[in-house]
Design a protein around this ligand. Structure first.
Ligand SMILES: [Zn+2]
Length: 437
């Protein structure tokens, strides 16, 4: 196809794109919906009544929007509960520590666990500490660089410390310094190693412990946690569609994860991602834009402490994964959208670039490397499906997994811009004459 023909192809979409953008920018619908979700139900931890009530609400709202084939697809999810918890320095003097237990952690005995703190800056230092780890509370005091680099201390630190005899683990919060805000998140116990309680502490508290220890002070800490795992609970992925007018068996799937941690209200992570992708379909419906292929919105359950929703989607839809034309996830917060990350063939990237040019007016036309997301990951991998993620400009990890993850951090105009960008991208991919390959 020559350059001229390529531009002809995309020209047909300027009108619909401008209508989608215009409609989205003219309302605060998406932000108001997210505010209603998070104000009404609050956090949505897997296994909680709040998550299940929010799922029923989303199902009813999708029907009100006029989406088709609205349904709940069952998923069994882990049911971890936090309970009461605290940490304090008990010697040389008593001071409370700002903390949050890590998801999936075991609890402590009722009286708590009290021990001297051993502060370490890396797994290499842990291994070098050897027998000094036994009987201690290990603190991994590793400053945040990127999520990928720092999160292993939260996820696998507890088991690595336990193998050497640590009695509990603390981790410097995986996030930049905030306002003494601890960040929770999942840990993952290694098979066969002892399970010790683990919690994140605010960066300020990690720094204070470090300064005390650096002065040669023996610091004792007591950790109390009621955390426990209950039997798996019933949950659902929420699905709604705009059926394709010509080839409904071909699917463009988009969404976010509807569950959250049990602190804050899961507005950025990932209520916002759910609402902006859902909004893209609502905008199409509102403007009577029915694409050739099916647009399917999925609000996945249980990303945070299990990824069961993503796996359940892959297993339930295994037969039609080959007919998934594109999967898109928004799970990096909703801030000013700059475009999309994309993973797929070079030919597909060229197509996606042409579509993105329709978003120049809202400056969301960049196509970066690496599209994907935790929830679409299992399906994308199993089906070799082109994958996309919303790219945004914002300080996501300042709020991530903290009590500060609330709707007021989100600018309603950013939500409208993000919904517009996603609507244009997914509508054109779902409608263009040739399948994205
Ligand atoms: Zn998330």
């Amino acid at each position: 196809m020559g350059t001229r023909a390529q531009s002809d192809w995309i020209d047909a979409y300027r009108g619909p794109a401008d209508r989608l953008i215009g409609e989205s920018l003219s309302t605060r619908f998406a932000w108001e919906r997210l505010a209603e979700l998070t104000d009404t139900f609050g956090h949505r931890l897997s296994g909680s009544d709040a998550l299940e009530a929010a799922i029923r609400w989303a199902e009813a709202e999708m029907k009100k929007d006029g989406l088709e084939n609205v349904r709940l697809e069952p998923v069994k999810v882990p049911h971890w509960v936090r309970g009461q918890e605290s940490a304090e320095i008990v010697a040389p003097r008593r001071h409370a520590i700002a903390m949050l237990g890590l998801g999936n952690s075991v609890g402590t005995p009722a009286a708590g666990i009290e021990a001297d703190v051993l502060s370490l800056r890396s797994f290499q230092e842990l291994d070098a500490a050897g027998s000094r780890v036994k009987g201690r509370i290990v603190l991994f005091n590793v400053p945040f660089t990127t999520y990928g680099e720092t999160v292993p201390y939260r996820a696998s630190g507890p088991s690595r410390a336990a193998v050497l005899g640590a009695v509990a683990m603390l981790v410097r919060s995986v996030g930049p310094p905030g306002l003494r805000t601890p960040h929770t998140g999942a840990l993952s116990y290694a098979e066969g190693s002892p399970r010790i309680p683990a919690a994140a502490i605010a960066t300020e508290d990690a720094d204070r412990l470090q300064r005390l220890i650096d002065r040669g002070v023996a610091v004792r800490v007591r950790l109390r946690m009621e955390a426990r795992m209950l039997p798996d609970a019933d949950s659902f992925n929420v699905v709604g569609e705009i059926r394709g007018r010509e080839t409904p068996g071909e699917i463009v799937a988009l969404g976010g994860h509807f569950d959250s941690w049990d602190v804050g209200t899961g507005a950025l992570d990932d209520g916002g991602g759910c609402v902006v992708t859902w909004e893209a379909a609502r905008l199409m419906k509102k403007l009577n834009l029915r694409p050739r292929r099916t647009v399917r919105v999925v609000l996945w359950t249980n990303e945070e402490n299990g990824l069961r929703g993503g796996f359940a989607y892959r297993d339930r839809h295994r037969q039609e994964l080959a007919n998934h034309v594109l999967m898109l996830e928004s799970d990096s917060g909703v801030f000013r959208p700059t475009g999309f990350g994309f993973s797929g063939s070079e030919a597909a990237r060229g197509r996606v670039r042409s579509i993105a040019a329709l978003l120049r007016g809202i400056e969301a036309h960049d196509i970066g490397p690496g599209g994907g997301g935790a929830d679409i990951g299992p399906s994308v991998e199993a089906g070799g499906i082109p994958a996309m993620s919303l790219q945004v400009d914002g300080n996501y990890f300042l709020y991530h997994h903290t009590p500060a993850d609330t709707v007021d951090k989100i600018d309603p105009r950013d939500m409208s811009r993000a919904a517009a960008a996603i609507a244009v991208m997914t509508y054109v991919v779902a409608d263009m004459p040739q399948r994205l390959r």
